[in-house]
Design a protein around this ligand. Structure first.
Ligand SMILES: *Cc1c(COP(=O)(O)O)cnc(C)c1O
Length: 382
């Protein structure tokens, strides 16, 4: 029995990040500035996108993506019900209606088969979520959005470094949105990024991210700038600070190393848990690179063990587990406002009842992984 708590997620921050933050403090320029520009440049290059726009969360990235794709009052946006609050809430913030299409129960990603029956004359866009770090079926999804003239947004909060058929996710849609929240695969404390190959979408996101004004503060107050600006839209305060970018620059340098460790730990779980009859392990598709933001297992029915019992047992063993996700349509706001009810998305509901995410991050030791495996094995024999 370990005497310290093993949290569900922890960031791994090195000396380079710490030194860079001290350098930012010394420089006197704390808000959006040269380090944010450098982080955007490096991120665009890593993804293979023409533009990257840094913002203060993935939620902000989703909101700006929807607005710059022209989503407005009265539109409908189709997405997965098996996602975090931000994916649905930002659709609502645009005055649009969130419409869900059920998931493929194997990958937990939106099922392309289920999308088309939800398309109406009001449908403006589709947001796909690369669940746990496994890419959606982008060939079939792009075929659908092209044929129906829909905008396509990737919620890639779990998927920095994820690849689909050898190409990094982040340029399959009109925009992609990444999260640098501390439990995600790389962190800036809080932060997000929009990538796009579209010049006008990139410009729109930049303007909307800083009050809708025509020039950013860096250009206005540095020796290169002047005092004049114009408000083009009633924009938002979504910019990333150089303190956050200082973290991001070095986290990005180590991202592939982080993902390699995550892959190794995922395999260690695969092997260690393989013999347990009441658990289904996560399945990985072919010709993809999974970035393993999450390692979700499922409790099979018929063995008299529930997901909630296992989470409680793990907690008693000083292990933090979590559940991703409670389907959006079951939450009170979505049920009350849009009339969604239990039974509407049977696959998302069935997976939710049985799924839990085990701790998996580079700051863990292999012995931590083994401790989690042993604790689960113990549960079966107790
Ligand atoms: C974490 C997450 C977000 C939101 O990210 P923030 O950076 O915290 O705003 C959006 N979508 C999904 C699927 C997430 O897991």
């Amino acid at each position: 029995m370990r005497d310290t708590f093993l949290p569900f997620g922890l960031p791994l921050v090195g000396n380079e990040e710490k030194q860079e933050i001290l350098d930012v403090l010394e420089s006197g320029w704390l808000t959006t500035g040269p380090r944010t520009k450098l982080f955007e440049h490096k991120f665009a290059e890593y993804i293979g996108a023409k533009h990257a726009v840094a913002v203060n969360s993935c939620t902000a990235a989703l909101h700006l993506s929807l607005l710059s794709c022209g989503v407005t009052v009265g539109d409908e946006v189709i997405t997965s019900p098996f996602t975090f609050a931000a994916t649905g809430n930002t659709i609502v913030h645009c005055g649009a209606r969130p419409v869900f299409a059920d998931i493929d129960p194997v990958t937990c990603n939106i099922d392309p088969e289920k999308i088309e029956k939800h398309i109406t004359s009001r449908t403006k866009a589709l947001i796909v979520v690369h669940y746990a770090g496994q890419p959606c079926d982008m060939d079939r999804i792009q075929e659908i959005t092209k044929r129906h003239g829909l905008k396509l947004i990737e919620d890639a909060a779990h998927a920095v470094g994820t690849e689909y058929h050898g190409v990094k996710v982040g340029t399959f849609g009109d925009t992609a949105c990444f999260s640098f929240y501390p439990t995600k695969t790389m962190t800036t404390g809080e932060g997000g990024m929009i990538t796009t190959n579209d010049d006008s979408i990139a410009d729109m996101c930049r303007v909307l991210a800083l009050h809708g004004i025509s020039k950013d503060a860096w250009q206005r107050y540095s020796d290169k700038g002047n005092w004049y600006y114009e408000i083009m839209y009633p924009g938002f305060k979504y910019n990333m600070s150089d303190l956050q970018a200082a973290l991001g620059i070095h986290q990005l340098d180590r991202l592939d190393e982080f993902i390699t460790i995550r892959e190794r730990y995922a395999r260690r779980f695969d092997v260690g848990l393989a013999e347990i009859p009441w658990i289904d392990l996560p399945l990985v598709g072919t010709n993809i690179r999974h970035s393993w933001h999450l390692y979700p297992i499922r409790i099979k029915s018929g063995f008299g063990i529930t997901r909630d019992e296992l989470i409680t047992k793990l907690r008693e063993k000083n292990i933090g587990a979590s559940v991703h996700f409670i389907p959006l349509h079951l939450h009170p706001y979505y049920a009350k406002t849009y009339g969604y009810k239990r039974g509407d998305y049977p696959f998302a509901e069935a997976v939710f009842e049985s799924i839990l995410s085990l701790p998996l991050y580079p700051k863990m030791d292999p012995s931590d992984i083994d401790y989690v495996i042993d604790s689960i094995k113990e549960f079966v024999t107790s």
